[in-house]
Design a protein around this ligand. Structure first.
Ligand SMILES: Nc1ncnc2c1ncn2[C@@H]1O[C@H](COP(=O)(O)OP(=O)(O)OP(=O)(O)O)[C@@H](O)[C@H]1O
Length: 229
């Protein structure tokens, strides 16, 4: 993989928490390289550190040691403003509990990353409508999250994650609270968007069907990545 094709990389990533006299090692020397357009699943038992890893990769939490590089920039070496701008441009996030803003419509929620990036409201809402159409929600633009089904909310979160055409989307259990049909729909949508925009995907999941669709499946156990066969 050439350097230009690397979207996200972590080297020797460690995270620990101090609890009284005890040190809890949550991530242990994780090395990981995600290529452009690559789809990677991270699996492993509950408590293995998967969500913690995803948070570190997304710059939502700070490593105890080691480095995370996004599009060639070491996140720890940047100031808050530059780091936020880079994250907003290069990354999308989809969480199990999607964190949509209840007082805003589907279109406004999906438009949020563009509004943050300084686009006009008109422009952002127009891109949001286009993206929501792509995820099959063109007819639900004005609905608020409470007026949408679980699967629809998840698709709004996916539209929001993709609206800036990020280099990489980080997903935490994207099918976790969906029924089998809707989960299948989200899987197909991710495949399609990955193909169409060459967006890299890092998916933390217990859903083996979803994990098997990725290009690589990494297993995290007790904070360390298992060596691949
Ligand atoms: N702030 C914290 N202080 C102490 N321990 C923490 C803190 N945050 C997370 N942990 C611990 O880190 C471990 C890994 O948590 P994490 O959420 O990353 O696991 P996970 O692999 O995503 O689990 P699951 O599959 O159940 O979601 C857990 O044992 C958790 O208790």
């Amino acid at each position: 993989m050439t350097e230009n094709n690397v979207v996200l990389r972590c080297r020797d990533l460690c995270k620990h928490y101090q609890q009284g006299p005890e040190r809890l090692d949550i991530l242990r020397q994780v090395d990981l390289t995600i290529g452009r357009g690559e789809r990677v699943a991270v699996v492993g038992p509950s408590g293995a550190g998967k969500t913690t890893l995803l948070h570190m990769l997304g710059g939502l939490d700070v490593p105890s040691s080691g480095a995370v590089e996004l599009a060639g920039h070491n996140l720890a070496a940047m100031n808050d403003k530059a780091r936020s701008a880079l994250r907003n441009r290069e990354l999308g996030f989809v969480y199990q509990f999607h964190h949509l803003l209840g007082e805003f419509s589907a279109a406004e929620n999906a438009a949020m990353p563009q509004l943050i990036a300084g686009k006009s409201r008109k422009q952002a809402l127009s891109s949001a409508a286009e993206m929501l159409d792509k995820v099959g929600l063109g007819h639900r633009l004005k609905h608020r999250p409470a007026q949408l089904s679980g699967g629809e909310r998840q698709r709004v979160a996916i539209a929001r994650a993709l609206i800036n055409r990020p280099a990489c989307v980080l997903l935490d259990e994207p099918t976790g609270n969906l029924d089998a049909d809707t989960a299948q729909g989200v899987q197909s949508l991710l495949d399609e968007l990955n193909r169409e925009f060459a967006i890299s995907l890092v998916v933390v999941t217990h859903d083996t069907a979803l994990a098997q669709r990725m290009d690589r499946v990494l297993t995290l156990r007790n904070g360390a990545l298992e060596v691949q066969a």
